[in-house]
Design a protein around this ligand. Sequence first.
Ligand code: F6R
Length: 607
Amino acid sequence: MCGIVGHLGPNNPMDTVLEGLSRLEYRGYDSAGIAYVDDKSELHFYKKKGKLANLVSLLEKEKHTVVGCIGHTRWATHGEVNDANSHPHTHGKISIVHNGIIENAPSLKNELASEGFEFQSDTDSEVFLALVTSNLKNGMDFLPAVSEAFKRTDGNSAFVVLNAETSEILAIKRGAPLVAGLHEANSDASVSSDPYALVGSSETIYFPGDEVLVLLSKRHNDIISFYELDGTESKNYKSKKQEMSLEATDKGDFEHFMLKEIYEQPGLTRDLIQFYLAGDGADLLNKVSAWKPEKFHISACGTAAYAGMVIRDFIEQRNRIPCAVELASEFRYRNPLLREGEVGLFISQSGETADTLAAQGLCVENKMKTLSIVNVEGSTLYRDCDENLLIRAGIEIGVASTKAFTQQALTGCLLSYAIAGDLESEEKKKTIADKYSLLAERIDDILARVDELKKIAEEIYNYNGFFFTGRGQYFPVALEGALKLKEIAYVHAEGYASGELKHGPIALIDDQMVNIAIVGPALFDKTISNIQEIKARRGVIVGLGPKGESDLDDICDFKFDLNFDGLEELSPLYVNVANQLLAYYMAKFKGTDIDKPRNLAKSVTVE
Ligand code: F6R
């Protein structure tokens, strides 16, 4: 989704903003722009549809001394993708960038147009610019002009405003990501929608609360200061040292971040178990278990929701506590039955997904305790939940989520062990650690046999459509396998419960359809029968299943052997790695933009 960066101070504000925007490219965007103030208090702005490189080429001849700069990558919501709708939006000495949706934009736009403001774009964002400039025209100072404008907007948004008159930057948000960063010397300060954009330029990261104004100004002793909407000083922010390093954000020898992230999974599995069994994590798991939930309401979006289904199985099987899993976008508007004593469990890589945040808010309104399984420490979800289980996946840059899924599910599994009281016994802890290390070994084994999967991908990538099927614990990974393939290879794929195909979708089966059939040891014969039904209709069968089972081998056009021995409940995560690699190589044969697939955003901050 839209990315925002702003920088004030002598350390190359424009380069810092462009570098920050390039880091935010992974979030998905369709145009980019910057505005800056020079040492003569003149405002300059440039914006261009398409890749950031298009914008950078416009800036090659820029010679001014830049004092402060703001920048934006746009993921279109209101108005088509063109230069005019790109951000920043500028009027007089004011320029703004925006991430989110102004829900009452149509009525505000009518009002401001009737007062004479000439809109230059079809965006909702320009309404905020019109409000700020109208307030300034009416004699307000910069801070109240932004604060009053903000109060008039409905919906979740983050805004950054550059005032060339005063060479100051103001930022504010409600329910949208925004952080600020300070250079150790207090000479330079930044704002951004993602701490990742500030790696290398800021040593301290601030996380302002909602409706807190963040002012970057040379006129104060501190280059960053925080204010409430009424202009009084605010203490509603947290801060921490920047811990992310630039190395973590490098592809290394891998062609794509997605591939690198797939390969990181065995190591991350081992680290996770170390942290939660031997490190600080055990206390946290035990603390959450002491809540003794009557029921879990698991809510998430996309891949994270599929991880939620895997976690539901862990908790229901081991703890016999009921778990409902729902897409956050449905849950939030469905008026679900929620009771005190039940726990809301929210799963998210970014911790910024708008629907997931809203689902969490609904549980809080219903006096429930809320828990996250989240990757980004300090994200909005992290800050809003009562407790957080970090999945410790490190930064995930590939838009298609891979390692986060595995770590989410594995963290959820550890929660189920904690609820069962298994972390109290050293012997049981050792058994758990052994299971995780066996999983890591088996994933290593799949990675070592990647050429087999690559060969299958080469054979099937041009077919018309793909059904990923699985039963029971493999159904969520069938859904996830299909999602991965759709996202990065741009082919139609569906995840289905093996037994359900004959209730409709089987009508689609012919010799141009592929069934990627996950066959685990449980319900083996029934799953084989389901595959027979596809085979009888000339569907192409790719079997992901146990070795040496002639019933399966005989009906597969292509087969990838999996060793399920001793893996029991963790095997869906193991199978999923094979699906990830299949999707990756099919996308590679198709020649798509794997790390930044079209139309997608890494962090979905609008509903
Ligand atoms: C798919 C994918 C998305 C996300 C979803 C939720 O590969 O990445 O489906 O899983 O947008 O995002 P988070 O986990 O950040 O809440």
